[in-house]
Design a protein around this ligand. Sequence first.
Ligand SMILES: NC(=O)c1ccc[n+]([C@@H]2O[C@H](COP(=O)([O-])OP(=O)(O)OC[C@H]3O[C@@H](n4cnc5c(N)ncnc54)[C@H](OP(=O)(O)O)[C@@H]3O)[C@@H](O)[C@H]2O)c1
Length: 278
Amino acid sequence: MRLMGFGLLKPKNTILGSDIAGRVEAVGRNVTQFQPGDEVFGNTAKYGFGGFAEYVSVPENAVVLKPTTISFEEAAAVPQAAVVALQGLRDKGQIQKGQKVLINGASGGIGIFAVQIAKSSGAEVTAVCSTRNLDIVRSIGADHVIDYTQEDFTRNGQQYDLILAANGYHSISDYKRALSPTGTYVTTGGSDAQMFQTMLLGPFISRTGRQKMGNSAHKPNQKDLVLLKELIETGKVTPVIDRRFPLRDVADAIRYLEAGHAQGKVVITVEQNNNTSL
Ligand SMILES: NC(=O)c1ccc[n+]([C@@H]2O[C@H](COP(=O)([O-])OP(=O)(O)OC[C@H]3O[C@@H](n4cnc5c(N)ncnc54)[C@H](OP(=O)(O)O)[C@@H]3O)[C@@H](O)[C@H]2O)c1
């Protein structure tokens, strides 16, 4: 993330809080898409962050109407993680119906969405997680599960058409071995070494062979949020919330997330007014 421009020695942006969900309080006179009272969700990352708050002011393009079938808390769990998963699988991964797709880090914020989006694309999905998360990834639709504490998916002889590395670490040569001869490997996260190797070697491997390997960084946009709203309203994607923290405990929430073992998403709730979550 440092090399992607987030600040080499320290974060460029010190304001936190990307995803939001809530009710529109007021609109500027040039706003055409929303009116006060609309229920929306979105991503403030392109507009300076600031989502850890009771009120946030954003351009209208940062939000879309919230799915009608889920709560504000659930909606606040969606934007960045689900868009990362969607763009990694669809844009970089070119996911196709019937493909064998593996998600590494399937139980985290991004992985939980990746499993469901891959399933809704008609793929046969293998989810890699630890023992305590096997049930949750099965419950969201994974066809096969691999417990990484028991088995190394890069050494079991199986090959996949598409691998999305949402978390964890394997060397790029491990991933290469687990890919079919024309397979695609996409890194959206995980250890620095995992991201760095893909950034450095991915373009070379992609140019010299039939396998494709590369990183995917998320690009927030309204179109993808609308697509996710539809996937949620049709029951194809369901947010999973691990823990909720009140706004005053944001620091605890960040500490919990930093430990790296969240099961799905962590949400900050605004207690003062139950209509708003972020
Ligand atoms: N590309 C982008 O634009 C973008 C945007 C946002 C975030 N990211 C990056 O994406 C990564 C994942 O984000 P996230 O929100 O999904 O993280 P997260 O929610 O913190 O991930 C935690 C999950 O990962 C699992 N995990 C930990 N070690 C693992 C391993 N070795 N193998 C498999 N699973 C493992 C944990 O389960 P256990 O502890 O039980 O294993 C836990 O369920 C991070 O590196 C983040 O910086 C990228």
